[in-house]
Design a protein around this ligand. Structure first.
Ligand code: BV8
Length: 245
């Protein structure tokens, strides 16, 4: 996999870099991408039909069990070389912001620190009524489990379709996108808003846009560099070529 020498020069001079990741960066950790999360058991549903408050109210057990099965699968997953390369990149740059759409927590586990979780985190659970995060609850077999303080249903602490993103996270991500010199879009189909707009905010302010994705996406024509390779292959080579150790 060749890294354009011009990109290496740009990265070496960069002071502020922003990265947006999607499900593709976790694919090599065995976490199905969102579009194919619905293989097998869930293939008859569209993600948008399960990851919504309406779907949860209509069939709380089914939605809770979908997330429980994803949590289960995640417990077997490890950060892959793509996650690790991003954690290493952070250490080489004065300003580095990692904005993720993923809810799998793998960037944290890989050692990344300045992480913005735009869509929440699968490992956290909150009360559907109060919106407060709940650490412990009575596991009496009731599905979904109930909030210890108000008896309401518990739900995963993720942002569903039709729900607002955490305002401070979105603000922070937008600012990082507008202030960076280089913006990476890695492993995302660039469909889901408002995350999908972040690269355009960066490009509008003159940032160099780098896409890492084996497939073509709506962003590809707007990217200054498009690395058509898996993140777990391209990112370690990029980091080594730029800050070689
Ligand atoms: C909001 C958490 C407003 C839950 C997620 C137009 C029409 C209809 C609806 C809308 C619209 N415009 C905006 C909307 C609303 C909607 C939306 O964008 N819909 C889409 C479908 C059009 N957006 C929302 O609802 C957002 N909220 O807008 O609120 C509002 C305002 C005020 C008051 C109330 C409301 C909330 C969106 C967040 C939804 N939650 N996740 C959960 O995970 O269960 S989204 C979920 O799907 C992911 O988090 C992620 O964001 C998205 C999947 O996208 P990707 O990550 O890109 O994954 P995907 O599988 O698509 O692609 C993987 C890519 O990786 C591919 O390109 C593949 O080629 C590549 N790849 C594969 N292997 C590799 C690889 N790349 C590199 N290396 C590899 N090895």
């Amino acid at each position: 996999m060749e890294i354009p020498p011009h990109l290496v020069d740009i990265l070496r001079k960069a002071r502020r870099v922003a990265v947006l990741t999607g499900a593709g960066v976790s694919a090599e950790s065995g976490v199905p991408t969102f579009r194919d999360t619905l293989t097998g058991l869930w293939s008859q549903y569209r993600p948008e039909d399960l990851a919504t408050p309406q779907a949860f109210l209509k069939d709380p057990r089914k939605v809770w069990e979908w997330y429980a099965s994803r949590r289960e699968r995640l417990s077997l997953a490890q950060p892959n070389p793509g996650h690790l390369a991003l954690a290493e990149m952070e250490g080489h740059l004065p300003g580095f912001t990692l904005i993720t759409q993923n809810v799998d927590g793998l960037h944290w586990r890989a050692g990344s620190r300045n992480v913005i979780e735009l869509h929440g985190n699968l490992a956290r659970v909150k009360c559907f009524q109060e919106g407060t995060v709940v650490e412990q609850w009575l596991d009496d077999g009731t599905i979904p489990p109930r909030c210890p303080s108000c008896g309401g249903m518990l739900r995963p602490d993720v942002v569903w379709f039709g729900e607002k993103l955490p305002p401070e996270a979105l603000q922070h991500a937008t600012r990082a996108s507008q202030e960076c010199q280089v913006f990476f879009s890695i492993g995302t189909s660039g469909v889901v808003e408002p995350a999908a707009s972040l690269p355009y905010w960066a490009s509008e302010r003159g940032a160099v846009i780098v896409e890492v994705n084996p497939e073509h996406t709506p962003l590809t024509p707007h990217a200054d560099f498009a690395l058509h390779a898996p993140a777990g292959e391209a990112l370690p080579i990029l980091v080594k070529r730029t800050w070689g150790l």
